[in-house]
Design a protein around this ligand. Structure first.
Ligand code: ADQ
Length: 722
């Protein structure tokens, strides 16, 4: 049976030492519940068990390994140095603040990065030990962003999913990260990349476009000839666990205990890890503002403020603790009386029964993070209140706000608005509360943690199937051997080769695509064989081809078939260029409105280049220009090609197909091979005889018989023919 290997920084169980004995604290999170419900999957977890190596002797380590193995957990042991530099360092001082748009807290230090890289490799080694062919490897969160690609390097066919639980930042912030390219490439080692919301998906795709120059189609990207899908999967909760809790005896007991202590006052609740992303000081100030501006509620409202200790080794968190302590003290001091304490401050983790009792008893849940990947507390609050009562006040900047739009949505930086929302919520009728909460309830019930886990693993499965479909036309070793054999058995051969993207890799600057020594050597060897006729069919102009390829005895086709050179250059048809004077002013207008773009004029075409423009602006302009050209082309008998970062307007009677036909019909060839990479080469593929071999470089549908991986593979093939 295939298994899912869940890799996360922490295991769902923590080892601690009590009176010199190692004991375990189970902390079953939502993820474990979700995965246990995916049919036909057995799961193995890999993660840090919670104690550093220095605190364990070899017997204790062995004991931990044995005990964890009973639950199919595999520990990754980290030492104190790793914990300081990787976890408390790069993870929580660099990535966490930056990804939450709080760059003022972020530090960028080489040694922290090096440790992150090293620890990701330690995790990789454990995955390699555990993984069998066919397993699903599901990697979680920001601590392990390099891991997908590290595994891919060793297991090229592995099924890898990656899910980020925190927000992905906008490019304007992400660009500050000195290791942004490594991080993006690391994540793209996965087959499926998931985020909580569509906004994070957009930010991620935007960074890929800007950093790697890779475009996507509906979230699908081709990375090194492998299809990668990026999509949103809003994480759900264990709905039944929370919605059934109201009838639990322990929960009922907790409710009476809390009610006895608070009395009949209205209850406002907040529950979070003590973290600067959660907006705690701003929330406390908003509560103070509420008391000052709605004094009629003094003595009638209690704010239960639960904060779970978190990352206490990081100075910013200690500072926040002091800040929160002071604010709570100040508000209680300024407004409290002998009979009434405005804020009940609990700085500890609470049991499940207490947590749900608080959710049920609270009239208001105040969830006001500055930024939050999702925020499960908001979902748990709604799910626990099966009578649909209570009001959720929610930050617009929490991922969960995209799903729970019926909540009272506020800006966490606006204390006046938050105070107003508290006032409205306290005055809200039951009827209105029920109406708001019912829809949210149903949504949480439907898209619960099980559905989420099945959705992610199911999508991962379908991505693998899509990859297989794309691979069916792959140019395998057998296909290559057959082609080579047929080549050597023939004596009258025609080779039709595109240039850019086929013989040379198109990098950032297409003007620097001149042939390197290796290519010239290969082309010379192939053309020197008198049984071969080799034609380069390119979109480039005559001068460029002439300059670059003069030293080789090639036949040339320039401007997509407009010019042909056997001995001298000849126009395939008399040039028809009247249309240029109408199109040029249009393109000039686009140059003026799109900084970085420029026009290239060829004999038979006009080309608008936009590779140096801002990708967003270019996307808009390309769409506008194409719409505009569509209205013009029919009358002018021209067409346009939506090429690689270019729009080329040209006479549609001229194409590579026509030029190729000129050669195909010239002689009775007993071997024909055509290789190309983009839409202009499809015209060439479509005129080939059935017996011809044709290869498209890269993935994607094509009239060519085979897809070949890269320019490198094309060169290898030509070398084999030399
Ligand atoms: P967190 O930042 O930890 O998670 P959150 O989504 O609210 O934030 O999850 C906290 C969990 O801890 C909840 O399930 C809650 O019940 C529990 N919890 C909180 N306070 C507690 C307390 N005092 N005692 C006991 N339990 C408590 C990260 C991201 C989030 C994202 C989650 C899941 O930062 O944005 O929603 O992962 O992907």
């Amino acid at each position: 049976m295939k298994k899912v290997i869940v890799v996360a920084n922490r295991l769902p169980i923590t080892a601690v030492k009590r009176s010199k004995q190692v004991v375990f604290q189970p902390s079953v999170g939502g993820l474990a519940t979700g995965l246990s419900s995916v049919p036909d999957l057995r799961s193995v977890w890999i993660g840090w068990p919670g104690m550093t190596s220095e605190k364990l002797n070899s017997n204790e380590k062995e004991f931990i390994e044995k005990r964890l193995a009973e639950d199919s957990f595999r520990p990754v042991f980290l030492n104190q140095n790793d914990l300081d530099l990787y976890y408390n360092g790069f993870c929580n001082k660099t990535i966490w603040p930056l990804f939450h748009h709080l760059i003022q807290y972020a530090v960028f230090e080489q040694r922290l990065w090096q440790s992150y890289d090293r620890v990701n490799r330690i995790f990789r080694d454990m995955v390699l030990e555990v993984a069998d062919p066919g397993d699903i490897i599901w990697i979680h969160d920001y601590q392990l962003m390099l891991l997908p690609d590290l595994i891919r390097e060793q297991l090229p066919n592995a099924t890898i999913g990656f899910f980020l639980h925190i927000p992905f930042p906008s490019f304007e912030l992400f660009r500050f990260l000195p290791w942004k390219k490594e991080i993006i490439n690391g994540i793209l080692g996965a087959d499926l990349v998931g985020f909580h919301t569509y906004s994070y998906v957009k930010y991620f795709l935007d960074s890929i476009r800007r950093i790697l120059g890779l475009e996507n189609t509906y979230g699908e990207i081709i990375v090194n000839n492998r299809l990668v899908k990026v999509d949103s999967f809003p994480m759900g909760i264990d709905y039944d666990k929370f919605s059934n809790a109201a009838t639990d005896r322990n929960v009922k007991r907790e409710i009476s205990r809390i009610r006895k202590n608070v009395g009949e006052k209205k209850i406002i609740l907040s529950v979070d890890r003590l973290d600067y992303t959660k907006g705690m000081p701003g929330r406390l100030e908003a509560f103070e503002y509420f008391l000052e501006n709605y004094p009629e509620f003094k003595g009638k409202v209690t704010y239960i403020f639960v904060a779970v200790p978190s990352r206490t080794k990081v100075e910013d968190y200690r500072f926040l603790k002091r800040q929160v302590d002071e604010l709570v003290g100040k508000i209680n001091g300024d407004h409290g009386t002998f009979e009434w304490m405005p804020i009940w401050y609990v700085y500890s983790s609470v049991s499940f029964s207490t947590l749900v009792a608080l959710y049920i008893i609270a009239d208001i849940a105040l969830v006001t993070p500055l930024r939050d990947g999702m925020n499960l507390v908001a979902k748990e609050y709604i799910a626990s209140n099966v009578d649909f009562k209570g009001t959720l006040i929610l930050s617009e900047t929490a991922g969960v706000a995209e799903e729970l739009g019926e909540a009272v949505i506020i800006n966490p930086a606006n204390k006046v608005e938050i105070a107003g929302a508290i006032y409205d919520a306290l005055s809200m009728t039951d009827k209105r509360q029920i109406k708001r909460n019912k829809d949210m309830h149903q949504r949480l019930q439907r898209y619960n943690i099980k559905k989420w886990a099945m959705d992610f693993t199911g999508t991962l499965d379908s991505v693998k199937k899509m990859q297989e479909d794309l691979n069916t036309k792959r140019f395998t070793m057998d296909a290559k051997n057959e082609l080579v054999a047929s080549y050597f058995a023939s004596s009258n051969r025609l080779l039709l080769l595109d240039y850019d993207g086929t013989l040379v890799h198109i990098g950032e600057s297409p003007e620097k695509a001149d042939p390197d020594e290796e290519l010239l050597r290969i082309l010379t060897a192939v053309t020197d064989n008198e049984k071969n006729e080799v034609v380069i069919l390119s979109g480039r102009n005559r001068e460029t081809l002439e300059n670059w390829l003069a030293s080789v005895n090639l036949k040339l086709v320039a401007e997509h078939g407009a010019w042909i050179k056997e001995k001298e250059w000849e126009a395939i048809e008399p040039p028809m260029t009247d249309w240029k004077k109408e199109i040029r002013p249009v393109l000039e207008m686009y140059v003026d409105r799109t900084p970085g773009s420029f026009i290239e004029e060829k004999d038979f075409s006009l080309v608008w280049h936009y590779r140096n423009c801002s990708p967003e602006l270019a996307q808009v302009r390309v769409k506008e220009l194409k719409d505009f050209l569509l209205t013009l082309v029919a009358n002018l008998n021209i067409g346009f090609i939506d090429g690689k970062k270019v729009i080329e307007v040209k006479d549609m009677n001229i194409n590579k197909g026509k030029a190729a036909l000129k050669w195909i019909t010239k002689r009775d060839w007993d071997f024909v091979l055509a290789i190309g990479d983009d839409c202009t080469d499809e015209d060439m593929f479509s005129v080939l005889p059935d017996t011809a071999y044709s290869l498209k470089v890269g993935l994607g549908s094509s009239k060519a018989k085979f897809n070949v991986g890269s320019v490198k593979e094309v060169r290898k093939l030509l070398e084999a023919l030399a």
